[in-house]
Design a protein around this ligand. Structure first.
Ligand code: NDP
Length: 248
């Protein structure tokens, strides 16, 4: 019996580490054909080789999600390799924690560009295709910081993750019956995310919190697989998962 995942073509942004990498490995092991994007091409290349050696199917394209053209090219590379796109996981993200009073406006810009515009560019790259194909699935990675403002420090990051939830819900309403939409809202998960701030004190605080509480990235990969694996008539719209010990 089909697992609802085998054979599906899944584009994953931010696949060079953390949740994106774990999701690529997990879905490929379940038979998905994965299309991997991020800026670090060497990491993507090594991941594609690993997946192929394990018997899976994968391709990659170096992609900066702040470039609409590069996100379009990633989706085009997937179509060229596998003929269609079934799912996009808009996962690439940056968490630059610091109090607003430090006025780190370059980091605000980068978070807005990667976490919000990057998601929109991913949606733009697949929507016309999904219309043509008569279906598709958009999975956006928000956060528990998209449910509750984490301040001081996480104000702008939370703002971007609230936006991801809002965009997911708007897309769901607009495309009901045509496109499945899922927003995933994880708590602390092991990855390179805590390293994202240029403020050493904030970074040390976040790293200490993650060392105590973070759960393996595979937990998110399994939630994504659950959403993809449902029958076509069933849309898992939101998944919130945290370390059991996390109160935030
Ligand atoms: P990582 O830092 O390990 O991964 C982030 C990924 O995004 C990397 O693959 C990075 O690759 C990629 N990326 C960053 N900037 C760009 C860009 N401009 N263009 C393309 N890719 C980019 O962190 P996570 O795996 O934790 O993060 C994945 C997502 O999960 C993010 O959206 C994050 O906000 C979200 N999340 C994570 C949580 C956690 O606790 N870890 C909790 C809740 C949500 P490269 O540098 O090679 O481009």
């Amino acid at each position: 019996m089909s697992n609802g995942i085998a054979g599906k073509v899944v584009v994953i942004t931010g696949a060079s580490s953390g949740l994106g990498e774990a999701t690529a490995r997990h879905l490929a092991a379940l038979g998905a054909r994965v299309v991997l994007g991020a800026r670090r091409g060497d990491r993507l290349q090594a991941l594609v080789e690993d997946i192929r050696q394990a018997g899976g199917e994968a391709v990659h394209a170096v992609t900066d999600v702040t470039s609409k053209a590069q996100v379009q090219a990633l989706v085009a590379a997937g179509r060229e390799a596998f003929g269609r796109i079934d799912v996009i996981v808009n996962n690439a993200g940056l968490m630059a924690i610091a109090p607003l009073q430090q006025l780190r406006s370059d980091e605000w810009d980068r978070m807005i560009d990667i976490n919000i515009k990057g998601v929109l560019y991913g949606i733009a790259a697949v929507l016309p295709l999904f219309e043509q194909q008569g279906g598709g699935h958009v999975i956006n990675i928000s956060s528990v910081a998209g449910l509750k403002v984490y301040a001081p420090g996480g104000t702008v990051y939370s703002g971007t993750k609230f936006a991801v939830r809002a965009i997911s819900e708007g897309l769901r309403q607009e495309m009901a019956g045509k496109v499945r939409v899922t927003s995933i809202e994880p708590g602390a998960v092991q990855s390179e995310l805590p390293l994202g701030s240029g403020d050493a004190a904030s970074r040390a605080e976040v790293e200490a919190f993650y060392q105590q509480q973070a759960i393996p990235a595979d937990a998110v990969a399994q939630a994504i697989a659950y959403a993809i694996g449902q029958p076509a008539a069933v849309a898992i719209n939101e998944v919130v998962l945290r370390p059991t010990v996390q109160d935030f």
